[in-house]
Design a protein around this ligand. Structure first.
Ligand code: AMP
Length: 364
């Protein structure tokens, strides 16, 4: 079977690393010549909307999937008219626009921070007559890793925040005093079977994910599963989906979802019976799902922009290193390391050690 992937970054690379043992072959479409998945399959080098490349991908691949959600709607339609595309196009359309996404979640009874649509400065000023500070102004589309966002503490911040977003359609949302950030990663087949990973507890700095820890037996697991199963059913979803959540009191509220494999699920490679990457492939190829139970205790640390020497990382027991084969560049996720162990204290110590090394080499 041949899997076509839009994008050849680290998510596509880890998908291929999971799929090759299952006998799968990969074709990636990516405009970057040095895209880091390109040694693990065939690389169609060109724009995501180049019709001849999309036609070739559709003709040769048994199924097409993607590693990012900003796939233009006409590209998804073009592919879907020619081959099977999973996850479905509606999931892309909803996830691409923060306003549509928040409306969709709320309509399903999945709470989000309070929000208002902002198309011009006057609307922002007006919205702040009913909303309490602090708030975050976020571009409706194209935002990720905290980009296209401005935190607003008081009315004097409003002009600068609006200028920072450069007039793009936006939403303003309540800044939530969360206790924890968690995400749930789940997988659904075309028959509607679902499996859920244990919650990931996530730590961000500067809007970028730094550490994710697998939380088995988390008291919020059931609430998260109820939200994500509602979401997957409503989207008639096929593949892996990630839902990012804030914990406030004894309630979870949704931040956003990603219709793809997710950075907060990288620990599943060593820390779960079946990784998110393998289960995504199983789902989109209509194969039986693998067990999602945790194997011991696991956590993952991201390396951004810089990287300690491999030898230094590999001297730490219980560490599994994933280098993405990307040139070091400011703000780029270049590697992650997962620690898996049977002991809480080892997990804590190694995560602290890895986090310190990541901070020393951080270029974000
Ligand atoms: P996002 O790009 O929306 O995922 O935001 C990136 C990070 O900014 C989140 O993981 C949070 O740490 C923080 N953040 C975003 N929205 C809010 C909010 N409404 N309240 C508090 N923190 C937020």
């Amino acid at each position: 079977m041949i899997v076509g992937v839009l994008g050849a970054g680290q998510l596509a690379r880890m998908m291929a690393l999971a799929g090759i043992p299952l006998g799968l072959e990969f074709i990636f479409l990516d405009p970057a010549e040095d895209a880091c998945a390109n040694k693990l399959g065939e690389h169609l080098h060109g724009d995501y909307n180049a019709p001849h490349l999309l036609a070739e991908l559709a003709a040769r691949a048994d199924v097409v999937t993607y590693e990012f959600e900003n796939v233009p709607a006409d590209v998804a339609e073009f592919l879907a008219a020619r081959t099977t595309v999973f996850p479905p196009a509606q999931a892309l359309a909803v996830a691409q626009d923060r306003l549509i996404e928040k409306n969709f979640l709320n309509d399903l009874g999945i709470p989000t921070p309070a929000y208002a649509v902002i198309d011009n400065f006057e609307q922002l000023v007006q919205a702040m007559q009913t909303m309490a500070y602090p708030v975050i102004l976020k571009s409706r589309t194209q935002g990720y890793d905290g980009k296209g966002q401005a935190l607003i503490h008081s009315s004097s911040d409003l002009p600068n925040a609006w200028a920072l977003l450069d007039g793009v359609p936006a939403i303003v949302e309540a800044f939530v005093p969360f206790k924890r950030e968690v995400s749930i990663i789940a997988v659904r087949t075309s028959q509607g079977d679902m499996a859920f990973y244990p919650l990931s507890e996530n730590h961000h700095r500067g809007g970028i994910l730094r550490v994710s820890e697998c939380k088995t037996d988390d008291p919020m697991q059931q609430q998260a599963e109820s939200y994500i199963s509602r979401l997957m059913d409503a989207l008639n979803y096929v593949g892996v989906l990630a839902l990012e959540l804030f914990e406030i009191g004894d309630q979870l509220i949704a931040n956003e979802f990603a219709p793809r494999v997710h950075n907060s699920g990288h620990w599943t490679i060593e820390g779960a019976q079946t990784s998110q990457f393998e289960n995504h492939l199983r789902a989109i190829l209509q194969l039986p799902l693998g067990v999602t139970d945790a194997v011991g205790k696991a956590a993952m640390v991201n390396f951004i922009g810089g990287l300690p020497p491999t030898e230094q990382l590999l001297t730490i027991p219980n560490v599994h290193l994933h280098l993405y084969d990307k040139e070091l560049r400011k703000g780029r996720k270049v590697a992650h390391a997962t620690v898996r162990t049977s002991h809480d204290h080892v997990l804590r110590e190694v995560v602290a050690q890895l986090s310190q090394l990541a901070e020393q080499t951080d270029e974000s």
